[in-house]
Design a protein around this ligand. Sequence first.
Ligand code: MN
Length: 497
Amino acid sequence: MAHIQEITSLLHNPSDADLALITKAHDFALHAHEGHVRNSGEPYFNHLFATAKNIAELGMNATTIAAGFLHDTIEDLHITGEQIEKEFGGEIRFLVEGVTKLGSIKYKGTSRYNESLRKLFVAMSQDIRVLIIKLCDRLHNMQTLQYVPQEKQLRIATETLEIYAPIAQRLGIKKLQRDLEDLSFTYVYPHEYKEVQKLLKLKKIEQEEHLDKFQRALKKELAKNNITQFRIDHRVKGLYSLYKKLKRYEMNIENIYDISALRIIVPDVSDCYKILGIIHSIWRPLPDRIKDYIASPKLSGYKSLHTTIFTGDGGIIEVQIRTEEMHKEAEYGIASHISYKDGFKKKTSNPNLLWVHKILPGRRHTTETKPLQTGDVPHWIQQLVEYQKEAGEEFLDDIKNDFFQERIFVFTPKGDVIDLPIGSSVIDFAYSIHSDIGNHISGAKVNGKFVAIYTVLQNGDRVEIETKKSAKPSLKWIQYCKTTMAKKHIRIAQEKN
Ligand code: MN
């Protein structure tokens, strides 16, 4: 049987109170779910243990881990919220009830599905930890999907691939994104999965030999230069992410250089550059593949040095060099910010995560849900919540189109970052700021120059909208819109006229 130390050993400097809380939640769940079994025939408690462990692996604190152990107690066992509060306090009750609410759905069929998504988005806007517990719960359900009746497997896997994984991505939790994608991939696209796996297998054996040799040589060189404070992490690209990339490269794996990458993680920024210098003085880099995302972070906030080098024995390897902090942010995104015991100590460079600072955990200890405050959550989460007001069969297609496509980042004149699906126009931008702005556009500037409002925006554009009270949208605009949000507002404005 799994031992609690598997979880507590993942905590960074836990206090006695942390350990006591986790142990108490562990024991409570073990006792409460006694005799309760899963589809696989194993004890139900295994699911709670796995969920709590997934949460701990993201670096979350004891409170969230404890809530992970308890997340199915209210729904499945008729234990009350009051009982949870009496034993564990109001904050844990709030989290457990938050996850429970996601599970109780009144509707059937498509509306049931839509309803569950709407609830998910509302929960996410109220306390992001509820969503993180839900994602970790889903991860274990995906890990055990083979025991679920076959007719349900495809639905659950599709939902995971289309909704849960993109949410993890937008929250910057790469680790969860990768796991959720790869676990769903085999159910949703079984043929493609096998094909990619076969391609990767052949490539991996050859690649691993180069990696091993390079890694040994590199360690020697670093030692020669008195660099001893580093760790090396070897990551292989997720199968689904490789599949998406292969599609862009005519399924030719030889054109993809970042199938596996070597990560060197160091204490300071200056070490990053030192190591890059050492590597380039010995191994020849591929031109055009040296990227300094530390001096110029990606618009998503991502920081790291990248270089791709010839190993000298016919291999080509991508090397990523970063500090521990950059690494945590790149892998765990939002989770790396809420893992701190006393709120958010550090600033994030990721514009998508700035809002996290405003919804500190611990601030919402009550079981009442407060109304959403503008500015408390990112624009896109507020918009998701807005979508729930418009029921309808196309709801799912709308959100997939508007929120979970590949994004570009553009700036308002004040420097605020707005992200939009690729292919969005000035009109989409205006409507994403506010429907009143969209409805009264009279002109626009992109990067200081006047442009037609149909102009398609590019990553990094600075967009300025001019409005006039008398200006009105035209139905013709719809063909130049990417987001369903903009299209809807244009139609509504027409009906009013
Ligand atoms: Mn569960």
